[in-house]
Ligand binder design. Structure first.
Ligand SMILES: O=P(O)(O)OC[C@H]1O[C@](O)(COP(=O)(O)O)[C@@H](O)[C@@H]1O
Ligand SMILES: [Mg+2]
Ligand SMILES: [Mg+2]
Length: 340
């Protein structure tokens, strides 16, 4: 089944807004195809990893970030989209004022990997329009659809319209995204975790104890060995977790600017959380369900934990109940106690 056929079936069974959602997903898939071709050229396309400037958060914008933003905006301008909130623009951009939808987007996630030939991706989220730019500050539970287009050995699309998470693969022979897994199902338990351990000295006590117990493996309180898998590209870690389970965490830490972690609530955490929940997994900030967090600004950050449902819950116990592998530790148990 092609993406077009899948969206056709969705349109017929859903609300009037579904037609607009389907058209917008189609436009994003077209943008993704164009980006996939550009990324596949690698250095032949020029210096895509070249730094354009440092943004307001100290992250640098690469040439490919800039090109990716331009490509998605071009495609969304021809879709029923009123506003776009992008990682690559300080303010929301107005496209078609009376259109029924708004889109939040990270045009290119994992841009530190551009010149290493590792996977990167486009993360998007679609909401109903209304109330001007406030429409971009709806809770994640209000998402109509969310997806990630991943540019790796294969170009893939992880998509949810609120009825499971489907995986598509771009067939370069036909130029079509084809359905390759109708319903991703994340196993509730796992033995793989993804975290940037070089930040361990900056973590709060709950995260430190949680990861320490994973590392103790079969000899520790978990009684089993865990493996680390960290691509440093959330879209690639998310794809792996959708396919075979695992847990990803980017917690808040004590570095300046990282108290709420690195990832952005509106165009990174919410769409990932929707995709993961629709595949049976969990997504929290360590304590709260991501999809229920009330957004306050377009670029706000949030700590993010997602993946196998039982593992995400288990981590939460270290944050809230002072769980320390069976030992109670009231002093270190309260997440807020050790967060700035
Ligand atoms: O380099 P760090 O701090 O470990 O961050 C890696 C994480 O940051 C991200 O690259 C997101 O940041 P960008 O949107 O700037 O690429 C994630 O994809 C990845 O998991
Ligand atoms: Mg990103
Ligand atoms: Mg980005």
């Amino acid at each position: 089944m092609t993406l077009g056929q899948y969206l056709g079936a969705y349109e017929m069974s859903e609300t009037p807004l579904a037609k607009a959602v389907a058209a917008t997903i189609g436009a994003l898939a077209d943008a993704g195809q164009q980006l996939a071709s550009l990324i596949a050229l690698g250095p032949l396309a020029g210096a895509m990893a070249a730094k354009r400037h440092d943004d307001r958060f100290g992250d640098s914008q690469k040439e490919l970030d800039f090109r990716a933003h331009a490509i998605v905006i071009d495609h969304l301008a021809a879709a029923p989209v009123a506003l776009v909130g992008s990682e690559e623009a300080d303010e929301a951009e107005l496209l078609n004022a009376d259109a029924p939808l708004v889109v939040a987007i990270d045009p290119l996630d994992g841009s530190s990997n551009i010149d290493t030939n590792a996977s990167v991706g486009t993360i998007f989220s679609i909401y109903p329009a209304g109330g001007g730019t406030a429409a971009l500050l709806q809770r994640g539970t209000q998402q109509l659809a969310a997806g990630v287009i991943i540019y790796g050995p294969q170009t893939g699309l992880m998509l949810t319209v609120g009825d499971g998470t489907a995986l598509f693969t771009l067939d370069p022979r036909t130029g079509q995204f084809s359905l390759t897994q109708a319903r991703a199902a994340i196993p509730p338990r796992c033995r793989e975790y993804a975290v940037n351990s070089s930040n361990a000295r900056h973590w709060d006590d709950g995260i430190r104890r949680y990861v320490a117990d994973l590392v103790k493996g079969a000899e520790g309180p978990r009684g089993t060995d865990f493996n680390t898998r960290w691509v440093a590209s959330m879209v690639a870690d998310a794809f792996r977790i959708l396919v075979r389970g695992g847990v990803y965490l980017y917690p808040g830490d004590a570095r300046p600017g990282y108290h709420e972690g690195r990832l952005r609530l509106i165009y990174e955490a919410n769409p990932i959380a929707f995709l993961i929940e629709q595949a049976g997994g969990g997504a929290t900030d360590g304590v709260r369900r991501i999809l229920e967090i009330e957004p306050t600004s377009l670029h706000q950050r949030t700590p993010l934990v997602f993946g196998s449902a039982e593992e995400v819950l288990h981590l939460g116990h270290y944050q809230t109940n002072a769980y320390a592998g069976g030992e109670e530790s009231p002093l270190f148990g309260t997440r807020s106690l050790f967060r700035a």
